[in-house]
Design a protein around this ligand. Structure first.
Ligand SMILES: Cc1cc2nc3c(=O)[nH]c(=O)nc-3n(C[C@H](O)[C@H](O)[C@H](O)COP(=O)(O)O)c2cc1C
Length: 203
């Protein structure tokens, strides 16, 4: 089983990156083959909204995005991690998601990539009372579920701001590892349940 791990932060070795690496380790321990994609290294162009992909099912205008789209298409599962940027996903994650218009027929909205198992991570600096990481995850989940994928694990994390400070929270690193395991096992067993497990730190 193949999983694509999508690193949506602009900061390498930041909180999103470290949590994602822990999730990747968990998925590998559970037997998955995992490929990590670092979005800020891809120099993706914005979606032009030209709908040329409606027929082609790949991006006709910006061939550089087709590599990541192909990896997602070929995968059984996705682990997507984004920092909270102004109450939403990072620009990198939004730019990728916009290109997912390639994954559906825009006339019927029928998905070309149903059935994949998904784990979602979001890291916010604000306290849990603001609920930002949950909102970011809810956004990513709504897109994945619209495309017929099953969100099997969600991990909102709060109160993290300095680069890599999450490493000082072994409970969170372990939680991310368990998220990775859960996605891998869901790919293997076909589980489709969605749950708030594991829960991030409150502040
Ligand atoms: C452009 C930008 C916007 C941000 N907006 C929010 C926000 O709306 N809510 C929040 O809790 N944190 C916000 N943050 C803080 C990041 O979510 C936080 O620093 C997080 O740990 C970054 O993850 P990283 O280390 O993976 O880059 C913002 C950071 C940046 C750079």
């Amino acid at each position: 089983m193949k999983i694509v791990a999508i690193m949506g932060s602009a900061r390498s070795r930041g909180n999103t990156d470290l949590l994602l690496d822990s999730a990747i380790a968990g998925a590998k321990d559970a037997g998955a083959e995992v490929e990590k994609v670092v979005l800020h290294e891809l120099n993706m162009d914005f979606c032009d909204g030209c709908y040329s992909c409606a027929r082609a099912s790949y991006c006709v205008k910006h061939p550089t995005v087709n590599g990541i789209l192909e990896k997602i298409r070929a995968a059984d599962g996705i682990i997507m991690a984004s920092p909270a940027w102004w109450f939403s996903v990072s620009s990198h994650v939004k730019t990728l998601i916009d290109h997912w218009i390639c994954f559906c027929d825009p006339a019927t909205w029928e998905s070309r990539i149903p059935g994949k198992k998904v784990g979602l991570i979001s890291v916010a600096a604000m306290p849990k009372t603001e609920g930002v990481a949950e909102k970011v995850i809810a956004y990513m989940a709504s897109v994945c579920e619209w495309l017929g994928m099953s969100v099997v694990a969600r991990m909102p994390v709060y109160g993290m701001n300095l680069r890599g400070e999450v490493i000082n929270h072994p409970d969170l690193m372990r939680g991310a590892n368990q998220l990775g395991q859960r996605v891998a096992l869901a790919c293997k067993n076909g589980a489709a349940q969605s749950s708030p497990f594991p829960v991030g730190r409150s502040q």
